[in-house]
Write a protein that binds this ligand. Structure first.
Ligand code: TXA
Ligand code: MG
Length: 323
């Protein structure tokens, strides 16, 4: 198991030695290493068991730092940085050579993000390099929103976990790229499409094939628990699954059935931000229960509801279970 603590100087020293440290952000915990050092970056891929074709986001302390690592910045990108950084939005910008090709899986663009978490920003400001950091979970699994989540799965493979408490947004950053004059959202996430459109006008939400290896966060099956997850009308699904032990992840309502072993309500008051914050930790908890299957339902497709539904759908793709 890795040591968990709040020691920024220790995290800094380890990162300077080329080691890996899990860092808190407002979205999910990241598994960080020196983004300018290919050997540190290789360790990140290895610890996560992540294929090299899946590029990493580079975390920076502020807008000024971005200029060191990227070429020209489109106007819309500048507006978004000005409005939302530090915050849950990653921008795909043309990279400079200083960023190793390994970080971007050979792509011309690098994803840059300035996370909104005091500890991590202090750490980033103290370092002479930016941090490459994917979510700190084994490839394909649910992202971690608490230090213990990281320790359970990657504790043996990393050197330190910087403890920033529970992530307050709970769902990964929104990823935006720019083509000609338009902005394209490649991954819906912790910053809603509506808020982005208020600043830069209409954006395109990418509908490219989900198996496109250029944006693997869009892989059809991702963010998935080990148990089978079915999404749909919970009452109907409960009818169909009478004979097995079930756990339920619902939005507002509590369901009654003898076959329900464990149940988590994401937000009794119907608050989508609260639901997003709880989602991954709830999925992890239900994955540990003795029930055979998790039933869930979609939430309203507005605000962070869009990102919640996206993650639920991807988490349910492996469900080959026939009921
Ligand atoms: O909120 C977040 O974004 C968290 C925290 C730790 O910052 N990070 C995160 O990283 O979710 P990761 O690696 O789990 O997901 C990032 C996604 C990946 O699916 C990757 O394919 C995509 O972003 N991505 C990264 N760089 C890219 C690039 N240059 N071009 C296209 N997609 C990119
Ligand atoms: Mg991830």
């Amino acid at each position: 198991m890795a040591e968990i603590g709040k020691d920024i100087a220790k995290a800094k020293a380890l990162l300077e030695q080329g080691k890996l440290v899990a860092i808190p952000t407002e979205t999910v915990y990241g598994l960080a290493g020196n983004a300018l050092d290919a050997s540190s970056v290789t360790k990140i891929f290895a610890a996560k068991d992540r294929p090299f074709f899946d590029p990493l986001i580079v975390h920076v302390p502020d807008v000024d730092a971005v200029k060191k690592y990227t070429e020209e910045i489109p106007d819309k990108a500048s507006s978004l940085m000005k409005e939302f950084w530090p915050g849950p939005i990653t921008l795909l910008l043309n990279k400079k050579d200083i960023i190793p090709d390994l970080v971007t899986s050979g792509l011309d663009r690098v994803g840059v993000r300035c996370p909104n978490h005091e500890l991590t920003r202090e750490l980033l400001k103290s370092l002479s390099f930016p941090l490459a950091a994917p979510s700190a979970n084994p490839f394909g699994y649910v992202s971690p929103t608490k230090p213990e989540h990281v320790n359970e799965q990657l504790g043996g493979k990393i050197d330190y976990i910087l403890d920033g408490g529970e992530c307050n947004i709970g769902i990964e950053s929104t990823i935006v790229g720019f083509e000609n004059d338009s902005a394209i959202i490649y991954r819906v996430g912790g910053l809603s499409v509506e808020k982005i459109e208020l600043i830069i006008g209409e954006v395109v939400v990418s509908t490219q094939p989900v198996s496109n290896p250029l944006v693997p966060g869009q892989l059809q099956s991702h963010y998935a628990p080990r148990k089978i997850l079915k999404i749909g009308n919970i009452e109907k699904l409960l009818e169909e699954c009478k004979h097995i032990k079930i756990s339920v992840l619902s939005f507002q309502k509590r369901y009654a059935s003898d076959s329900i072993e464990k149940q988590i309500v994401l937000s009794a008051s119907g608050d989508l931000n609260e639901a997003a914050q709880k989602l991954f930790s709830a999925l992890r908890e239900l994955d540990k229960s003795t029930a055979e299957i998790i039933l869930s339902e979609e939430v309203p497709d507005i605000g962070l509801g869009r990102a919640i539904n996206d993650r639920l759908r991807r988490a349910s793709v492996n469900s080959k279970f026939q009921i």
